[in-house]
Design a protein around this ligand. Structure first.
Ligand code: BDR
Ligand code: CA
Length: 312
C-alpha cells in the first residue's frame, strides 16, 4: 500500500474524506497533520482524534499552525459549528496528539517514504508551506500530491473569487504551488466548482445517514447543523468538498475528465486576493503545474461515500 499523509482541518466534510481514506484499498494513512481553518487548531486537533476513535483506527495526529502565515484567521464557524463538528458536545478522545509539529512530521515522513509518499491537503496549506520553508527539497520526495482547493473559473465560495482553503492563507497556497511547480511536480486539484458539479440530493444523504453503524451515527450528528445550513443556502443538493478530493485520490480510475494547465495564486487585488488563476488558454508561457478534476463518476463517488459511512 502507498503511504498517505493527510493534512486536514476537521471540519465535517474533512471527516467524511478521512473515513474514506481509512478504507482505501491501495493506501495506508501514515499521519494526520492538522491545520487551523474551519475552526481553530484546538478544535481541529480534538476533532481529528475523536474521528480516529470513532473509526477505531490508530493513526498519529500532529498539530500544526494555528493561523495563516500573514493575516488573522477569518471566522468560518457559521459553516461547521463553533467546534467544527456541529457542536454536539462529544466526549473528547482518550488519545492525545503527538509532540512533533505537523511541519516537522511532514519533512520526516517524506524521508521515511521518499518517492512514494502521497500527500493530500484538505484544509489551508499553511503547514505544508512552513515545511517547504524548512526543507525546500520536500517536493522531490513526494510521489503524488492532491489538493482540495480553489475555484478554477473564479467562482469562489468565501469571497466572490476565492475558495475557503486558498482564501484562508493565500501566501501559503502560493508557496506550495510554486514549490511543486519548481520541482516539476503536477499538483492534482479538486476545486470548489468541481464539488458543486458533484452534489447529491439531501433526501438521499439523509437516508444513508440512518444506517445502523457508529460511523453513520457520528456523521449524522456532526453534520446535522451544516446540512441544514447548506440546504438553506444551496437548495436540494448537498456537497462534500474534501470527500471529492479523497475520491480522486483513492479511486482515480473513476476520474472521467481532467484538465492540465498552469495555475497561480493571486496574492493582491481589490476583489481577487486568494483566487486560483488558471491559464486556460495558455497565454502565460508557463509550464503546466495543475491537474484539475473536471468530472468524476457520480455513482462511484456515491459508492465511496456510502462505504465510508457503512451505509450499504
Ligand atoms: C473547503 O473549505 C472547508 O470548509 C471544507 O472543509 C473544504 O476543505 C471547501 O471550500
Ligand atoms: Ca477541509
Amino acid at each position: 500500500k502507498l503511504p498517505l499523509l493527510i493534512d486536514t482541518d476537521p471540519g465535517v466534510d474533512d471527516a467524511l474524506a478521512l473515513l474514506m481514506a481509512f478504507d482505501a484499498p491501495h493506501h495506508e494513512v501514515v499521519a494526520l497533520t492538522i491545520a487551523a481553518g474551519n475552526v481553530g487548531l484546538k478544535h481541529t486537533v480534538a476533532n481529528a482524534l475523536k474521528l480516529c476513535e470513532v473509526a477505531e483506527v490508530d493513526i498519529p495526529v500532529f498539530a500544526g499552525c494555528d493561523a495563516p502565515l500573514l493575516h488573522a484567521a477569518p471566522d468560518a464557524s457559521y459553516v461547521h459549528g463553533r467546534d467544527g463538528f456541529g457542536d454536539i458536545a462529544y466526549p473528547p478522545a482518550a488519545k492525545q496528539a503527538e509532540a512533533e509539529h505537523a511541519a516537522q512530521a511532514m519533512i520526516r515522513l517524506s524521508h521515511v517514504h521518499a518517492g512514494k509518499l502521497v500527500v493530500c491537503m484538505l484544509g489551508p496549506l499553511t503547514n505544508l508551506a512552513v515545511a517547504l520553508k524548512l526543507d525546500p527539497t520536500l517536493p522531490e520526495r513526494v510521489g503524488r500530491m492532491v489538493v482540495m482547493g480553489g475555484a478554477v473559473t473564479g467562482q469562489g465560495n468565501t469571497t466572490p473569487m476565492a475558495e475557503f482553503n486558498i482564501g484562508f492563507d493565500p501566501e501559503a497556497a502560493h508557496i506550495v504551488f510554486e514549490a511543486f511547480a519548481a520541482a516539476g511536480k503536477i499538483v492534482e486539484v479538486a476545486d470548489w466548482e468541481a464539488v458543486i458539479r458533484h452534489g447529491f440530493l439531501h433526501a438521499d444523504v439523509e437516508r444513508w445517514l440512518q444506517a445502523d453503524h457508529p460511523r453513520a451515527r457520528f456523521y449524522e450528528a456532526i453534520s446535522r447543523r451544516t446540512r441544514e445550513w447548506s440546504a438553506s443556502l444551496r437548495g436540494d443538493h448537498w456537497h462534500a468538498a474534501d470527500a471529492l478530493a479523497m475520491a480522486m485520490l483513492v479511486a482515480p480510475e473513476h476520474i472521467r475528465e481532467r484538465a492540465v494547465r498552469p495555475l497561480r495564486i493571486e496574492l493582491v487585488g481589490t476583489e481577487s486576493r486568494g483566487a486560483t488563476v488558471v491559464d486556460w488558454n495558455r497565454r502565460s508561457g508557463r509550464a503546466d503545474n495543475a491537474d484539475l478534476l473536471m468530472s468524476y463518476d457520480q455513482a462511484a463517488f456515491e459508492a465511496l461515500i456510502r462505504q465510508a459511512l457503512r451505509a450499504e
